[in-house]
Design a protein around this ligand. Structure first.
Ligand code: HEM
Length: 499
């Protein structure tokens, strides 16, 4: 934000404090016991305590104030949960009260939040979209039916890696993972390659989705001082309107083409998600209108690409940083899949060490470290305190999954933690909830747990990897960067060597 805008924000925020005196809170009769927290500055409250790595700053504050604490972020009272027990109480016992969202301003662009599965309150419209996702988009039969489309895209990735190996050049793992994730999703949804490097259309769409994600991930003053939403001081909502409008426009064209009977070459009639969604239109009690489909697709792409590709980049980074773990995973693939054979989705259940590598990656590097912000629908009793109605609720899964009272060697990468363990990522074990838990748990989980092991297994079965510029495993930079997802600060670049 430039200096004049910052000053303007300051003045408006200052005025807001005087117009809407929240100091009233202390005079309430029968004051409810709110969670403890640090005292804050006038106007800004605890906003500056967040720093550039909010998940870490919040964990440090929780060490002082406890597993349920309350901060004032500008004008927004925010409650932070930092233990598996309190997360369980919030997401299991009080799931209904915490299943609506605190909406961030960037997603109000084009009123997207009023159509969005990720941002709608947990009412009937949201329930209908979740039902569509569970029964049509992510059902086992739908995902089984589109397996071969995803297999083809993994073959493309392997051809690219083989060529890089032949030329002796490094692969940018995050970039390759993003392109492949986009291709896996776009083929599952509408049998099209959005990651195709030779297609201008695909390139345009890919860059627009990336720009949209970047904007949504930027800290936004309007989120902390809602009075500023009208002027959109950093122009974030203006830019997200342009990007969302563009993506939605492209999806609308694709839907119109499909309705007119034009199908992409190689696609099988009735096989992809778009066929299934459009087929609902012939039903009497349809759960989704054709006009709502582009919004759903936008959410699925926005929620599914960066999360999946950053998990893959972190998994590869941890394996290259810990070569003995890489060797162990390769030996398992060698024994179960066999030399020269491709890894298939149906093999994943027979690869416990590969699955453990992915769980351990999601434990140390959950792509959405604070889950998506929730809102208390009413005053809720939690851990002996009252979470006030309308407070924003953040669950620090990053801190929970590094809690030294729950995990041995919490900061070390040891997939062995999960060998012979019942702990999974499906929202039942609150010490490991990278996909969330309760009603708002990630609906894309069934697809993510197919795509990530398929990509990772394929990249390490048949290839060894050497870090670029002779960097040794011990010297690798493993710093994080906080954004819409928790990315690796420095891109992972490694040279593949065919074995
Ligand atoms: C490693 C992969 C992924 C991770 C770690 C992940 C994680 C998450 C998390 C933490 C949430 C918020 C849960 C909450 O607020 O309690 C979420 C929501 C969501 N995710 Fe995922 N996700 C992943 C992949 C995907 C994929 C592949 C898709 C779809 C293609 C997807 C679609 C969604 C949607 C639509 C929501 C919003 C659900 C709602 O609010 O009702 N995600 N995800």
């Amino acid at each position: 934000m430039d200096y004049p805008s910052f000053l303007l924000c300051l003045v408006i925020a200052w005025a807001a404090i005087y117009l809407l005196p929240f100091a009233k809170k202390g005079n309430e009769p029968n004051q409810r016991k709110q969670p403890p927290g640090p005292s804050g500055l006038p106007i800004f409250g605890n906003l500056f305590s967040l720093g550039t790595m909010p998940h870490i700053s919040l964990m440090e504050l929780a060490n002082k104030y406890g597993p349920l604490m309350m901060l004032q972020l500008g004008q927004v009272p925010t409650v932070i949960v930092t233990s598996a027990d309190v997360a369980k109480e919030a997401l299991q016992k009080n799931d209904v009260s915490f299943s609506s969202r605190h909406v961030v301003d960037a997603v109000r662009a084009l009123n997207h939040h009023e159509n969005s599965i990720a941002w709608l309150p947990a009412g009937s419209q949201w329930r209908k979209l979740r039902k569509v996702c569970n029964s049509l988009v992510f059902s086992a039969s739908r995902l089984d039916g589109s397996q071969s489309l995803r297999r083809n895209k993994i073959n493309d990735l392997l051809s690219y890696v083989k060529k890089s190996s032949k030329d002796g050049v490094a692969v940018d793992i995050g970039q390759a993972a993003f392109t492949t994730s986009l291709n896996l999703l776009s083929n599952t949804f509408f049998s099209v390659d959005l990651g195709d490097p030779n297609s201008e259309f695909a390139h345009d769409l890919r860059e627009t989705i990336r720009s949209l994600l970047e904007e949504v991930g930027k800290p936004n003053f309007a989120d902390y001082f809602p009075i500023l939403q009208k002027i959109d001081p950093q122009s974030i909502r203006r830019r997200t309107s342009v990007f969302s409008g563009k993506v939605i426009g492209i999806f609308k064209i694709m839907i119109d083409q499909r309705l007119q009977g034009h199908r992409p070459a190689n696609s099988i009639n009735g096989n992809d998600v778009l066929d299934a969604l459009l087929a609902i239109n012939h039903e009497k009690d349809k759960e989704i209108e054709t006009s709502e489909i582009p919004y759903l697709l936008l959410d699925l792409f926005a929620a599914g690409t960066d999360t999946t590709s950053s998990t893959l980049e972190w998994a590869m980074a941890e394996l290259l940083h810990n070569p003995e773990k890489l060797k162990k995973a390769q030996i398992e693939l060698q024994e179960i899949i066999g030399e020269g054979n491709p890894v298939e989705e149906s093999d994943i259940s027979r690869l416990p060490y590969l699955q453990a590598v992915i769980k351990e990656t999601l434990r140390l590097h959950p792509p959405v470290p604070l889950l998506l912000p929730k809102r208390a629908d009413t005053d809720v009793k939690l851990n002996g305190f009252t979470v006030p109605k309308n407070a924003q609720v953040l669950i620090n899964v990053w801190a929970i999954s590094r809690d030294p009272t729950l995990w041995e060697n919490p900061t070390s990468f040891e997939p062995e933690k999960f060998m012979g363990s019942e702990i999974d990522v499906k929202g039942r074990n609150f010490e490991l909830i990278p996909f969330g838990a309760g009603r708002r748990i990630c609906p894309g989980l069934p697809l993510a747990v197919r795509m990530i092991p398929l990509m990772l297994g394929s990249l390490i079965h048949g290839f060894d990897w050497q870090l670029e510029d002779g960097v040794s495993p011990e010297k690798m930079d493993m710093e994080e960067k906080f954004g819409i997802t928790l990315e690796k600060a420095r891109r992972l670049r490694a040279i593949p060597i065919c074995v």
